[in-house]
Structure formats: C-alpha cells, structure tokens
Ligand binder design. Structure first.
Ligand SMILES: CC(C)(COP(=O)(O)OP(=O)(O)OC[C@H]1O[C@@H](n2cnc3c(N)ncnc32)[C@H](O)[C@@H]1OP(=O)(O)O)[C@@H](O)C(=O)NCCC(=O)NCCS
Length: 440
C-alpha cells in the first residue's frame, strides 16, 4: 500500500511562476469545492466527450476522492468565478508491478507510481506551452514527494516522449473471425455463470487485485474503472448493454470474469462481441472464457483490446489467421529516481555495467554502476566512462522488461559497448510479457 496522499503534494512553484508570467493561474482544485464541476466539465470537453449528465457529475467527486487524486487547473487570471479551467491534469499514487528475479513466483515486487491522467488543454489555448508546464509540474511534484516513477496511458503516442516518458508496456488488440477460428483448445473443468453488472464490476476489481502482481507493468485499479467496464458507472445510459460472466474452477472458487457487449449487424448470424475486460487467474480459466466468447451463437466477430502480447489465443484455435493481432503502445513510464527503480526490480541474469542517463529536466540525470548478481542489483553512483548511454525515456521503456534494450540500441536510441548492452538486455528481461490491463 502507498503512504503518500497526492492531495498533500503542493502545486509546483516553477510551473506556477512560468504560467503566471503568461497571465494564467496554476492551482489545485478540491473535489468538494466550487471549482470541481467546472474542472470536471473541462476534462470531459478536453477528451471530446459531451457534457456529463447530472448523475455522472454527482458521483464524480467520490471517484477522485477514492483515488486520493490531486487535481490541478490552469485558469485565465481575469476569469470570472466559476469559469472553466483552460488546462487540467489529475494525479494519484498507484502501485506498479516490477519484474522479479528469474523464475520468481508471484507476487512480484511493486512500487509506488505517480499516475497521471486527465491531461487536457482547451482548444482555444492549445500550443502555448500549457501542457508542457503541467507535465513538468507533475514530474517535479512527484519527484519532490519521493516518488521514483510516474506513469500514464495515452491518447496519442507523440505527446509524452519529450518529457522523458517511454512506451514500456505494449499490448495487443485482437479481432477474431469466430466461424473460421475453430476451437482446438482444452475442454477445461471450468463453470461459467452470468452475473448482474454490479457483481461483475466488484468481481473484476477483486480479481484484478489478485492478478496484477503476476505480471510486470500492471497497476492497481479503482472502482470507476471497473464500473465503466461493467456498465454500472452512474449516468451511463448505454451500460445496460453490458453482459458479464464469472468463471469458477473445479472447487467452485471464482477465478475469472468477462465483461462484454454484443452489437447487431445486417446479418443476424454475424453479431460482434466486444470484450471490455477479460481477467483470469489460471490458463484453464482464460481458455474457457475465450471459448465462451468464440462459440457464442449468432456472433461472427470477437474483439478484445489490451490483451497481453503473449496471449495463448492463436494456439487455442485451428486457424491462427482467424486471429488478427495489432500491437500498440499502452503503458508509458517515466523514471524519476534511477537508483530506486533499478534496485526495486529483479533481474534475469548477472551483469556489471555503468549506465549514463540523460534527462533534459535534470530529475534523473547521472551515471550509475549496476552490479547484478543472483537476480538483485546493487546500484551505486558512478563516474568516468559509461558502458551504456541512453535517455531517461529509453531507460523508462526497458524498465519493466516489455521492450528489449537491444531493439533501442538497433534504433540508435541507446549507445555504448555491444557487450554491455547485450548483458543488460538479457538481465532486464521479464519472466512473462509485461501487461497493463486497464486505462487510467
Ligand atoms: C495534447 C494536449 C494536452 C497538448 O496541449 P498543449 O497545451 O497544446 O501543448 P503544449 O503547447 O504545452 O505543447 C508542448 C509540446 O508538445 C507538443 N505537442 C502538443 N500536442 C501534441 C500532439 N498532440 N502531438 C505531438 N506533439 C504535441 C508541442 O508541439 C510542444 O512541443 P515542444 O515544446 O517540444 O516544442 C492538447 O492538445 C489536448 O488537450 N488534446 C486533447 C486531449 C488529449 O489527447 N490529452 C492527452 C491525454 S493522454
């Protein structure tokens, strides 16, 4: 559990001064204050959504409070009371799972992470440096509060590299032609049952907390996320279309859940089943949930987002080409304290290397010697020649083992001695493909 409440972390003075010089106020917004609703409406507009309805607005403060989320708004200095902010950002302290030593059983180690969300700038104020001031402010605040890493999920992959974030956890989007796939997987002793949506949300939340320490890259969840997945979030009129099943193992214990919607096409035998969330504690349960979706009567296509890149589905069907797979960047990380993060994770092999890290913001700049033995790293400040040189964005990309160091070296984004890069590449690998199963 985390001991830091993001709401106690003050707004960054450097960003405050920079924006003040442009006639803008940069300040905290309280979930129970008058500024909250304008802030919430501005976030909705920023993400191109409609105006939130009353029910949604009424329940929103609870969700921010549950996460102990800090909200920062940027306002025109001369704006009337109650004016909407022209910039918004939200952050809270979550937990990020890290790789363990080779062969380690779950639970894997985890670490506090500054989760950043709700980054919007009004279309009337775009490209004037407001987002830059907000993002840099988040990173300086988080580092000052003692966080070693920040993370986010993104609308566009072009935005955050400049602040030192690196794409770290790729995921797959799957699209299955069910009539062509043909199930050849196991006929597992797993019992499925439909459940009410409220129970679905609760079960997914509980299962997530149990599975998130099994793979590096995942983070702790929150009630609103599970409610949105199950269609029970207040004010969601389309939520009634969501269906859910839970999966029990042979002993009757709940070990998995699936949330989905089905939509009609012109041909009633070719409906589309969209998986909102699939969580399973065992391979047998995962297979049973896939089978349930693929064999659903009147369904011709199954889609699922945010699946792990090593998902077994192509090996569970007779025609693997019935499963179209698209890999994309999902989890972005930003190291703030190099030594702490490198010490907190486990390693797959021994290595002894000196790494020099460049950080334009100066937060993670420096050189460290990594002495890795028996899956554990001793990390000490170093001087002199470095075997490996890279930016903080590149180090953040490889830190949970979801991106190979050698791929970045091949792209010219990591430089140094080939032997040192090869040794660290192997040491950084994660036992299983890292996975981030939610948006935040
Ligand atoms: C993305 C967004 C927050 C940027 O806000 P902004 O105030 O216009 O950004 P800034 O003026 O501070 O730009 C900072 C830098 O990012 C670049 N940038 C901004 N938006 C970008 C984008 N969408 N793609 C690529 N680069 C972008 C700018 O060119 C600038 O580059 P530089 O400082 O390195 O020269 C804003 O366009 C927005 O609200 N978009 C819709 C909501 C959204 O997608 N939010 C992100 C959620 S993950």
């Amino acid at each position: 559990m985390t001991s830091i409440d993001a709401r106690d972390v003050p707004a960054d003075e450097t960003s405050q001064e920079r924006l003040a010089g442009r006639g803008l106020d940069y300040r905290a917004v309280a979930a129970d204050g008058d500024d909250f609703l304008p802030f919430y409406r501005a976030v909705s507009r920023g993400f191109l959504d409609g105006e939130p309805n009353e029910e949604r607005e009424g329940s929103a403060p609870r969700s921010y409070a549950e996460r102990a989320a800090r909200m920062i708004g940027v306002y025109e200095r001369d704006a009337a009371p109650g004016a909407w902010p022209v910039g918004t950002v939200t952050s809270w302290v979550s937990r990020l799972t890290l790789p363990g030593p080779a062969g380690a059983e779950a639970p894997l180690p985890d670490i506090d992470m500054w989760a950043i969300s709700g980054v919007t700038v009004a279309a009337t104020h775009r490209r004037r440096g407001i987002a830059r001031a907000m993002l840099e402010g988040e990173l300086r605040s988080a580092a000052a509060a003692g966080l070693a890493v920040a993370g986010l999920t993104v609308t566009e992959s072009t935005i955050y590299g400049r602040y030192g974030f690196g794409m770290a956890v790729p995921v797959e989007r799957l699209r299955v032609e069910t009539k062509r796939a043909g199930w050849i997987g196991p006929d597992a002793d797993v019992r499925l049952e439909f459940v009410e949506r409220a129970r679905l949300a609760e079960t997914i939340g509980e299962l997530h907390e149990r599975v998130r320490r099994h793979r590096a890259g995942n983070v702790s969840g929150f009630s609103l996320r599970w409610a949105r997945i199950a269609g029970t979030d207040p004010g969601n009129d389309a939520g009634t279309r969501t269906r859910g099943v839970i999966a029990r193992d042979a002993a009757g214990a709940v070990r998995g859940a699936l949330a989905f919607t089905i939509s009609d096409g012109d041909d009633h035998t070719k409906h589309s089943l969209a998986i909102h969330h699939l969580v399973a504690e065992t391979p047998e349960v995962r297979a049973a949930l896939w089978r349930f979706a693929l064999e659903y009567d009147l369904v011709g296509t199954v889609t699922a987002d945010l699946q792990p890149v090593d998902d077994p589905l192509p090996w569970l069907v007779a025609d693997p080409r019935a499963v179209a797979r698209t890999v994309f960047d999902h989890g972005w990380l930003r190291i703030l304290d190099v030594a702490r993060v490198l010490t907190a994770r486990g390693y797959a092999a021994d290595a002894d290397v000196v790494v020099r890290v460049r950080d334009d913001l100066g937060i993670a700049d420096g050189a460290w010697r990594l002495g890795i033995a028996g899956g554990v790293a001793e990390v000490t400040p170093a001087s002199g020649e470095a075997g490996i040189e890279l930016g903080v964005s590149e180090l953040s990309s490889v830190i949970v083992g979801g991106v190979p160091l050698r791929a970045l070296a091949a792209a010219g984004r990591v430089t140094g001695e080939a032997n040192a890069i090869a040794a660290l590449d192997v040491a950084l690998r994660a036992d299983r493909a890292p996975h981030l199963s939610l948006w935040y």
